[in-house]
Design a binder for this molecule. Structure first.
Ligand code: HEC
Length: 255
């Protein structure tokens, strides 16, 4: 009896462990990096966020949408309202509708969403060899390994190991992508953007900046959440002290 139970437990554990083992064989763990926004006192680095937005705008947004980003949200990375207004006006959006009931095009406003590169999924796949570039709004939260993974993915393109063939045309070998073959061409190359603050645009720098921007995009209110947490902890600490003092006073004469 005991033996059957034990065998069953062992079997269940083996089965439960299987998918993890298979996945581990396919994807390499991204190296852990340290980020300025980590830890309870961590804050976003505004200069990195602005550089990261530039990379997103000039490179990634050619294929990826960020549907939850409105232009005015960019105040969160430190852009002022006039800059945002001018930035939005560089884009054209469809509005509904003129007096004849026809949709019309107009320059974007700060309240508009960042326009997607393709009108629909089919068009996105048609331009990307059948693969769909995912929306990047929540990508940092959506992937195991979070910002470490995104950074590793962007810098993880290599020559495939000898003898490995792409499953189909137009796929690239990446050390950190699960299964290794990815349909996204290496998006970054030395000097691809020009940073207005003069930071040299190395692949490493752009990957780090755009990853920080995407982390902010996944959780723009992180700093507020941490501040609230710290305030709450302080409150609990003070309250504990008060109750302790009260208890000492209350029980002082009772022996
Ligand atoms: C030429 C088009 C193109 C550009 C430019 C591009 N991507 Fe991609 N990206 C893709 C495609 C296609 C996929 C889907 C790949 C797949 O499923 O094999 C993808 C997938 C991804 C993924 C998801 C990987 C996963 O784990 O599923 C991330 C993250 C990503 N891209 C980030 C970026 C960032 C950041 C940039 C800008 C630096 C960028 N991409 C630029 C086409 C592009």
């Amino acid at each position: 009896m005991v033996r059957t139970v034990l065998t069953r437990i062992a079997l269940a554990l083996a089965v439960a462990g299987l998918p993890a083992a298979v996945l581990a064989a396919e994807a390499e763990e991204p190296p852990a990096r340290s980020w300025p926004h980590e830890g309870i006192f961590g804050r976003y680095d505004r200069a990195a966020l602005q550089r990261g937005f530039l990379v997103f705008k000039e490179v990634c947004s050619g294929c990826h949408s960020a549907r939850y980003l409105r232009f005015r949200d960019l105040e969160g990375i430190g852009l002022d309202p006039d800059t945002i207004k001018a930035l939005a006006a560089e884009y054209t959006v469809q509005d509904c509708c003129d007096d004849a009931g026809e949709p019309f095009e107009r320059p974007a406003l700060p309240s508009d969403r960042f326009p997607p590169p393709y009108p629909n999924e089919q068009a996105a796949r048609a331009s990307n060899n059948g693969a769909l570039p995912p929306d990047l709004s929540l990508i940092v939260k959506a992937r195991a390994g979070h910002e470490d993974y995104i950074h590793a993915l962007l810098t993880g393109y290599e020559e495939p190991p000898a003898g490995e063939q792409p499953p189909r045309e137009g796929m690239y070998w990446n050390r950190y992508f699960p299964g290794h073959w990815i349909a996204m061409p290496p998006p970054l190359s030395e000097g691809l953007v020009e940073y207005p603050d003069g930071t040299p645009a190395t692949v490493e720098q752009m990957a780090s900046d755009v990853t920080q921007f995407l982390t902010w995009l996944s959780e723009p209110t992180m700093e507020e959440r941490k501040r609230t947490g710290i305030k709450y902890m302080l409150f609990v600490l003070v309250l504990t002290g008060l109750f302790y003092a009260y208890k000492r006073k209350l029980w002082a004469d009772i022996h």
